[in-house]
Design a protein around this ligand. Structure first.
Ligand SMILES: [Ca+2]
Ligand SMILES: [Ca+2]
Length: 299
């Protein structure tokens, strides 16, 4: 009986979805979240849950058939924490070869090592199709030759193979001291389809905040100096905004972030009060340290 009901439900969904069968889709997976039209990809192995160890989005319905039929492949990406490294972020093009399905990797970030991405800046990949930079790795398909190939070199090897999937992946937590990497993604273009256009429309789930909005609000409420102390991990706290965005991105909803901003703001006020009331006892430096410790505990 249950099976009959499921069949009926699936049939009903198929009937409704039929007109949109050829619409292009993007399906986030792993620890991926979407807010305000921006996709946030996290790779976090510092915590116990495995869901966010890697993240990505899978794209379908773009009209791509063979590898050679891909005419546009590009994105804008913003590494908030910590860098591009160890092949992440990357596009992954799955192709059907005579030896089974294999991946062609297309790496983002500065060549030749794909590391050294500035934080908190939107970086445009440009159209990777036709790129004369060695960004394509075909080692799963064929061994030998240079590890990283230009588009033309990759095309010669895999151009005729059918594409069975295209995705964008972040999975290099292991390459960073804090075991966590976060990359924001917008304006992914695959042939005529565009995904994650980064609309700034207000969230629809009860007035919440996306990660960047939450951090901007918190920075203005705490003040820039306290914000740097609370989130910064390098010498002058210059990386505070990126660290904040990454922390906020790990929360599941805009509403959770909005609630977190209020909680942190209230807790930080208590830290400031404690600092004021213990002033004048001749231990200014100690109090400053206590204040910093208190602030860090709020986030
Ligand atoms: Ca994890
Ligand atoms: Ca990190």
């Amino acid at each position: 009986m249950r099976r009959l009901i499921i069949v009926a439900v699936v049939a009903a969904i198929a009937a409704v979805a039929a007109p949109a069968a050829f619409a292009a889709t993007a399906t986030p997976f792993g620890g991926a979240t979407v807010s305000g039209g921006i996709l946030t990809l996290v790779s976090d192995t510092s915590d116990t849950g495995a869901t966010n160890d890697a993240s990505g989005a899978a794209f379908a319905g773009t009209g791509v058939t063979t590898f050679s039929s891909i005419s546009t492949l590009q994105t804008e990406f913003d590494v908030t924490d910590d860098d591009c490294r160890a092949g992440s972020p990357r596009f992954q093009i799955r192709v059907q070869t005579p030896a089974g399905e294999k991946n062609v990797f297309v790496y983002l970030g500065p060549t030749p090592s794909f590391t050294g991405c500035s934080q908190n800046v939107w970086i445009a990949s440009g159209n990777l199709i036709g790129s004369t930079e060695p960004r394509f790795e075909t080692a799963q398909v064929v061994s030998g030759g240079p590890l990283y190939k230009t588009y033309a070199e990759a095309l010669a090897l895999v151009g005729s193979y059918q594409v069975t999937g295209i995705s964008l992946v972040v999975d290099s937590s292991f390459a960073f001291t804090d075991k966590e990497q976060t990359v924001r993604i917008r304006n992914v273009k695959i042939n005529a389809s565009t995904f994650y256009t980064g609309t700034t429309a207000p969230p629809t789930n009860g007035g919440g905040l996306n990660p960047a909005q939450a951090c901007k609000k918190l920075r203005s409420e705490l003040g820039a100096a306290a914000f740097r102390v609370a989130y910064g991990t390098n010498a002058n706290g210059a990386n505070a905004f990126g660290k904040c965005v990454s922390a906020m991105a790990r929360m599941k909803t805009d509403l959770a972030r909005s609630t977190a901003v209020e909680r942190i703001d209230t807790a930080a006020e208590r830290c400031a009060k404690a600092k004021t009331t213990t002033k004048g006892k001749g231990k200014a430096k100690g109090h400053a340290t206590q204040y910093a410790v208190c602030l860090k505990r709020t986030v």
